[in-house]
Design a binder for this molecule. Structure first.
Ligand SMILES: Nc1ncnc2c1ncn2[C@@H]1O[C@H](COP(=O)(O)OP(=O)(O)OP(=O)(O)O)[C@@H](O)[C@H]1O
Ligand SMILES: [Mg+2]
Length: 267
């Protein structure tokens, strides 16, 4: 972490595939300590943006700065060490079905951090405790609920001690109670570990309660950004239409969890 250097930044990021331009010049800046939401309809380019941010996809043009390094011109091999510095929690949790919860969380740590077996054990236990999952180390992903799988995916990302975690649809497929738990967890990790987070989602309620800033993308372009409060009040017709369509809840009644999370003893 260097003073004045953002956690993440894209400059005129373009991504095209098969002659189709998916990201059309994205300028995004994420400061350390922020929880930034990327909101947009299905197919707007959210996952593609996330994949460019973490080096899984190479941009067609433009720059992608991760902790002060432009990863856009780097080869797959050169991007690898930088990718390991970012935590990524995929939409479907992407756990290894043939490994236990313990083995899933230990997987990257054992390969990429030079630690003793006991140190690995400690890290795995601690990260699982952070996400509220104790006593399930021996279970397989198929024996867990969707919410639990998402939290294992998060524990696995946290095991590498990232400063920044990227979440793709952390609440999709979860019932409201589990979704709320995952949201609280994101805010708590931000508050307690100063974790910087980028949350990609079309779940407006979830973004309103977790994010310090929301960026809306439509057809590969940023069309609006601001605090949840600002976004709620924008007169921008596409933003209004999206908020109306995306949620049946009255968004004014959705409090930002950051206000009270410090006072809560446990997730
Ligand atoms: N490898 C690819 N080849 C061709 N088209 C692609 C590829 N990856 C993504 N796209 C297209 O790019 C657009 C954006 O996809 P992306 O997955 O980024 O959207 P999204 O906002 O994450 O959507 P969702 O909310 O459904 O997850 C879509 O139209 C998709 O079909
Ligand atoms: Mg997606």
């Amino acid at each position: 972490m260097k003073a004045g250097v953002p956690a993440l930044e894209t400059r005129q990021l373009v991504y095209a595939v098969d002659g189709k331009v998916i990201l059309k010049g994205i300028d995004l800046r994420v400061e350390y300590g922020e929880v930034v939401g990327i909101m947009g309809a299905s197919g707007s380019g959210k996952t593609t943006l996330l994949k460019c941010l973490c080096g899984l996809l190479k941009p067609t043009s433009g720059e992608v700065w991760v902790e002060g390094v432009n990863i856009a011109p780097l080869s797959e091999r050169e991007r690898m060490p930088l990718r390991l510095r970012l935590g990524i929690v995929f939409q479907d949790a992407a756990l290894f079905d043939y490994l236990t919860v313990y083995e899933n969380v230990a997987f990257g740590v054992e390969r990429h951090r030079k630690l003793s077996r006991e140190q690995v054990r400690q890290i795995v236990r601690e990260r699982l405790a952070w996400v509220g999952l104790e006593g399930v180390e021996h279970l397989y992903p198929s024996q867990l609920s969707g919410g639990m799988r998402k939290r294992v995916g998060l524990a696995r990302a946290l095991a590498m001690d990232p400063h920044i975690v990227l979440f793709d649809e952390p609440t999709s497929g979860l019932d409201p109670v589990n979704a709320y738990q995952v949201d609280r967890l994101i805010v708590r990790l931000n508050r307690e570990l100063n974790l910087t987070a980028v949350v990609v989602s079309h779940d407006v309620v979830s973004l309103m309660r977790t994010c310090s800033r929301i960026v809306m993308i439509e057809a590969g372009q940023i069309i609006a950004e601001g605090t949840p409060e600002t976004i709620r009040q924008l007169e921008h017709p596409q933003v209004r239409a999206f908020l109306r369509m995306a949620s049946s809840e009255t968004l004014d009644d959705v409090p930002w969890l950051g206000y009270n999370i410090g006072q809560e003893a446990q997730v």
